[in-house]
Design a protein around this ligand. Structure first.
Ligand SMILES: CC(=O)SCCNC(=O)CCNC(=O)[C@H](O)C(C)(C)COP(=O)(O)OP(=O)(O)OC[C@H]1O[C@@H](n2cnc3c(N)ncnc32)[C@H](O)[C@@H]1OP(=O)(O)O
Ligand SMILES: O=C([O-])CC(=O)C(=O)O
Ligand SMILES: [Mg+2]
Length: 295
């Protein structure tokens, strides 16, 4: 089965007409319109209207959409939520999620709006964790709603809360990344890393991508289209990985035919978890376009 890829979630400021109209062109896995921190207070209403219309435009029908709404305790949160659910958004990104209560409040409002408009689809939730309190509560947040499709780190707000700043090495984010990843995996939902803000620094970006990919993250929030091909190429399995996966699957098929459970390939043990990993690499290779559907 072709897995749904969510490597790249491109933030698009909801107040920028050109970017809202064109974001689909860059083919991120998910377009994530923003109504929160990239939108000035004076533009909150016009941005909401623009995103409302963009979501219903045919250019956004074949791409997954998310909207980062304002928190419910601001004058904009509920208006944002009404607009984006009416417009049929796929995912609501809840910013600055500190507690399970934050999720349940949002879930209650989503349910109320969906019932009111007779919606046929169920909007998914993505909780952004952007504080020490949110990280401490990550496990409960990840498990708090059936609608929760993933949790994401919001590193810029998080380092502010920690009284530190981001570095290239990322030591200051290690505990949060580990906690978010573990919480997401325990809840069997997606884990997404934060933005990398220097859009010209490809080397720094790739260093961060290798780090979060190695930890096990599914993908990352992005702020610039240039970062999309960099990220996708880093997440695509290498030819060496693919060759290994093909060998493992052939050996596993052969072992099954001979009624064997554990086998050895080039002196290394091949058992069920290794076979599952090989299948996952092949799925990822197909979904990333590195392999054809029939291969
Ligand atoms: C901490 C947080 O909350 S982060 C989340 C909120 N922040 C955001 O959403 C910011 C999104 N990103 C941006 O606004 C911009 O990429 C900036 C300000 C970082 C850099 O802007 P620029 O220097 O103009 O970018 P750049 O020169 O690479 O743009 C190239 C093209 O990509 C477009 N583009 C740039 N960023 C985006 C984006 N995020 N979405 C869609 N299109 C974009 C530009 O409009 C431009 O299009 P054009 O060639 O048709 O004119
Ligand atoms: O969620 C993100 O990656 C962007 C953000 O708001 C933050 O870092 O504070
Ligand atoms: Mg933030």
């Amino acid at each position: 089965m072709k897995p749904k890829l969510r490597r790249s979630m491109l933030f698009v400021p909801g107040s920028n007409t050109g970017m809202v109209c064109n974001a689909f062109i860059y083919k991120p896995d998910t377009v994530m319109f923003d109504l929160e921190d990239s939108v000035a207070l004076s533009e909150k209403d016009s941005a909401r209207m623009m995103v409302f219309h963009a979501l219903q435009h045919f250019t956004y029908k074949d791409i997954e959409t998310a909207v980062r709404v304002n928190p419910l305790d601001t004058p904009f949160g509920l208006l944002d939520l009404e607009a984006v659910i009416r417009a049929g958004v796929d995912i609501v990104r809840l910013p600055k999620t500190d507690t399970v209560e934050d999720v349940l409040d949002m879930e209650r409002e989503i349910e109320r709006i969906e019932t009111k408009i007779g919606a046929t689809k169920k909007t998914m939730l993505l909780a952004a964790i952007e504080s020490a309190l949110g990280v401490v509560n990550a496990v409960d947040i990840a498990r708090s709603s059936k609608r929760m499709m993933g949790i994401a780190l919001g590193a810029e707000d998080f380092v502010r809360d920690l009284h530190t700043q981001r570095t290239k090495e990322g030591h200051e984010l290690m505990a949060a990344r580990n906690q978010i990843l573990l919480a997401a995996r325990a809840a069997k939902i997606g884990a997404f890393d934060s933005i990398f803000s220097d859009v010209k620094d490809k080397e720094g970006f790739m260093h961060e991508v290798e780090l979060i990919k190695g930890l096990g993250f599914d993908g990352k929030s992005l702020i610039n289209p240039n970062q999309i091909p960099w990220l996708h190429s880093a997440f695509a399995p290498s030819q060496k990985n693919i060759n290994w996966a093909i060998e493992v699957l052939e050996a596993a098929k052969d072992a099954k035919e001979r009624g064997l459970g554990v086998i050895s390939l080039d002196g290394k043990m091949v058992d069920a978890p290794v076979i599952l990993r090989a299948e996952w690499i092949m799925d990822l290779a197909r979904a990333s376009g590195v392999l054809g559907e029939e291969q």
